[in-house]
Design a protein around this ligand. Structure first.
Ligand SMILES: Cc1cc2nc3c(=O)[nH]c(=O)nc-3n(C[C@H](O)[C@H](O)[C@H](O)COP(=O)(O)OP(=O)(O)OC[C@H]3O[C@@H](n4cnc5c(N)ncnc54)[C@H](O)[C@@H]3O)c2cc1C
Length: 404
């Protein structure tokens, strides 16, 4: 076990450092400040000066019509931590040295006494040729904005396409992100945004070898399937993508689909800086953590959110890579970080999914609340209220109280 580095008498104690100001990191920084009443110095590091509302990045229609403003998808960190003593440091994490308890940033070094690694996830391309080079993604704001601009430009000139051909958009990945994105593209009024003569897009959702909306209740899957069909989304099940070219996607049965823009929603993995750490790694390079969310062998070092790999010991089920789980894990981590700092016992993380709701465009959604199916406009309204509450609470400088 690597113990927290001892500090020579008279030297300043290094702070608790939180890497990543996403759902997990922002909550941990806030909660450590609140629980310790400001007595534990906290430094929050992110490459951006803003917290990105990542769960809303499927809204490419709104992004395409918002010009250069991304104000609706970000909250400035300075505003969130305005009334706290949390120090915000902007920088890109290059490496983490767990032995010397130092983080190397593009802008210098940062020592730490405790650490919370909350660097989220990046697209996993599984070595499929052309996937990284020729697809868009909505996992980051910059990517979602690029996709929105690309679709708007394709729609703008769509009436010049030969014959009756409509613009074709291929979404790879039939989980909730791919489904929300397919619905959004298919139901956006591109005539209003791009050009009055814009042709409606043809949207294809490729689920690969996984079933459409795997893990959702069967009744919800059926409803989502019907809503997507009504919106003109074609679901192509059962075939993995084997190669991607700029305007073509090849499938494992040898067939190829023409595409004006392809979006990769097929999976996530830990960022490179996390994969390189000399700690136990699970699927996609995620850090295998103890039930306390501490990294094995590294006292006071925690990994939370999409970077963490944890199974619920009662059910054996993997804690999902969702904002909801990241927020829940962040609460436990903040508590344990403060406990470690004060030499108190840690608690175990217990995760229970409260709800999952997938937006289906045009004020429709489908999902489950405590495993009870919910759909239609009530589901869409619930999702909207949860998202607004979350954004509102952090804009007010409060610890996020709602779970997405
Ligand atoms: C379109 C979409 C819709 C979604 N919808 C839902 C939903 O409805 N409900 C739900 O629960 N989940 C949803 N998710 C999943 C959810 O967004 C993630 O699980 C969640 O963001 C994970 O939180 P996190 O704190 O682990 O990482 P993130 O929120 O991604 O935060 C990671 C932070 O680390 C920073 N960072 C990364 N690398 C570096 C570096 N090297 N240096 C400095 N900073 C770095 C990033 O800038 C970012 O701020 C959705 C995801 C997407 C893409």
């Amino acid at each position: 076990m690597v113990a927290a580095a001892s500090v020579p008498p008279g030297a300043e104690t290094p702070p608790a450092v939180v890497l990543g100001a996403g759902y997990a990191g922002l909550t941990i920084a806030h909660e450590v400040y609140r629980r310790s009443k400001g007595t534990i110095p906290v430094v929050l590091i992110d490459r951006n000066p803003v917290h990105v509302l990542r769960t809303e990045l499927y809204e490419v229609g709104r992004l395409a019509s918002s010009g250069d403003s991304d104000a609706a998808w970000v909250v400035p960190l300075a505003q969130v931590f305005d009334r706290t003593s949390v120090t915000i440091r902007q920088g890109i994490v290059q490496s983490i040295d767990l032995a010397t308890r130092t983080v190397l940033l593009d802008s210098g070094e940062q020592r730490f006494r405790s650490l919370a690694i909350c660097l989220g996830s990046v697209a996993a391309y599984y070595g499929i040729p052309g996937a990284a080079e020729h697809t868009h993604q909505v996992y980051r704001l910059s990517g979602a904005k690029r996709l929105a601009a690309a679709i708007r430009d394709i729609e703008r000139t769509s009436n010049a396409l030969p014959g009756e051909r409509c613009p074709r958009f291929l979404i790879v990945g039939g989980g909730s992100t791919g489904t929300e994105l397919a619905a959004e593209i298919a139901t956006t009024d591109w005539k209003a945004i791009a050009d009055p003569a814009a042709r409606p897009p043809a949207v294809f959702l490729l689920t690969g070898s996984l079933p459409f909306l795997a893990g959702f209740p069967p009744s919800i899957i059926e409803r989502a399937r019907k809503v997507l069909a009504r919106s003109g989304v074609t679901i192509i099940p059962g075939l993995n993508v084997t190669r991607v070219e700029p305007s073509r996607v090849y499938l494992e049965d040898g067939s190829a689909l023409a595409s004006d823009a392809t979006v990769w929603c097929a999976g996530l993995e830990a960022p490179h800086v996390v994969r390189r750490l000399p700690v136990p790694h699970g699927k996609g390079g995620r850090i295998v953590v103890e039930q306390t969310l501490e990294v094995p062998g590294h006292t006071g070092v925690f990994a939370v959110g999409d970077v963490a790999d944890l199974r619920d010991p009662r059910t054996g089920a993997q804690v999902p890579a969702t904002a909801q789980a990241a927020l829940a894990g962040a609460g436990t981590t903040a508590r344990n970080l403060v406990a470690r700092w004060n030499d108190r016992p840690l608690v175990k993380f217990r995760y229970e999914e409260r709800r999952v709701v997938v937006a289906l465009g045009l004020g429709q959604a489908a999902g489950a609340v405590r495993k009870v199916p919910i759909w239609g406009s009530p589901a869409a309204l619930l999702k909207q209220i949860i998202q607004r509450n979350y954004a509102h609470s952090i804009e007010q400088g409060e610890t996020p109280s709602t779970l997405i």
